[in-house]
Design a protein around this ligand. Structure first.
Ligand code: SF4
Length: 290
């Protein structure tokens, strides 16, 4: 079965979420029925937290899968992405690609008379033109990845300060910090607990290199997301004898928001989490979501 078909067959539908609601259609979420609520959440038009009657613990695995699904663009109303992309394409058309190339760490090229930038995103080469963003080789770039690259290109990269901080130290980040913990840091900790060698190997495969960090983590790596944008990942492994569970922390340069917005930054961390988790064996993969 092809990969795309397999993903579609596994996708979450409104019925999956409907089964988690009490089915009382009380209207407190602002929608007339529980099924209407479930449908709006799946297509990305309503927030799952709008229903106060959902059991947070029981719905957590659903939430994680829903975020992954929406990031991949499955089920989400295309208009949202398309609107954002056509706005960004217009903005990109007004940029001088040749001049921007050096500051973004990209290479300028002209492809069939169209200005283009070649750059590396999480170890993979891609091409950005005012009309589209695509991989140098292969297919399957998601709309979110295109939006991320255009944001990077239009916003322009700033020189990092060299001072590393947690997301909680960035302004207006409270809700994003929660998502980062639930979907990235917590997931990686569960996935790689007791498997530091595997994590180090997975990180090196996406182009990360080891760094020195305070706090004596078992592993500290720097991951190059885009040419002028790196994040750090610190990992403390489990210590069963001391009842200490594995812990993971993402760090960002203190000037990162001058290059990318918080939403894009969270997306980068989710992509890193996805890539790293994909190196865990099939039979162990369920730990990553539990
Ligand atoms: S608030 Fe929850 S229970 Fe009430 S209608 Fe909305 S989804 Fe159903």
């Amino acid at each position: 079965m092809d990969e795309h078909r397999e993903r579609l067959d596994k996708r979450l539908t409104p019925i999956h979420l409907f089964k988690l609601t009490p089915g009382t259609s009380c209207g407190e979420c602002g929608l007339p029925t529980c099924l209407a609520f479930a449908t709006q959440v799946i297509v990305g038009q309503a927030d799952i937290d709008a229903c106060p009657h959902l059991d947070r613990e029981a719905t957590e695995p659903f939430r994680v899968r829903l975020v992954e699904q929406q990031r991949a663009g499955i089920g989400v109303k295309r208009e949202g992405f398309e609107k954002a992309l056509s706005f960004l394409r217009r903005e990109a058309a007004g940029c001088d690609f040749r001049q921007l190339a050096a500051s973004l760490g990209a290479r300028y090229a002209e492809i069939e008379g169209t200005p283009a930038l070649r750059l590396v995103y999480l170890g993979k080469s891609l091409v950005a033109t005012p009309f589209d963003v695509y991989w140098e080789e292969g297919e399957g770039i998601s709309p979110w990845e295109k939006i991320l690259v255009y944001n990077y290109l239009i916003g322009g990269a700033v020189r990092p300060s060299g001072r590393w901080i947690g997301m909680e130290s960035l302004p207006n980040s409270v809700s994003k910090v929660k998502s980062l913990k639930a979907h990235c840091e917590g997931r990686l900790a569960r996935c790689f607990s007791g498997k530091m060698d595997l994590l180090a190997d997975a990180a090196s495969r996406i182009g990360a290199h080891r760094v020195m960090e305070q706090g004596e983590p078992n592993l500290a790596v720097e991951i190059q997301v885009l040419p002028r944008l790196a994040v750090r990942l610190l990992v403390w492994d489990e210590e069963p004898s001391e009842q200490f569970e594995a812990r993971v922390k993402f760090l960002f340069d203190s000037r990162v928001l001058e290059t990318l917005d918080l939403e894009s930054l969270l997306f980068c961390c989710e992509q890193i989490t996805e890539r790293l988790s994909s190196f865990v064996g099939e039979h162990e993969h369920s730990h990553c979501h539990s």
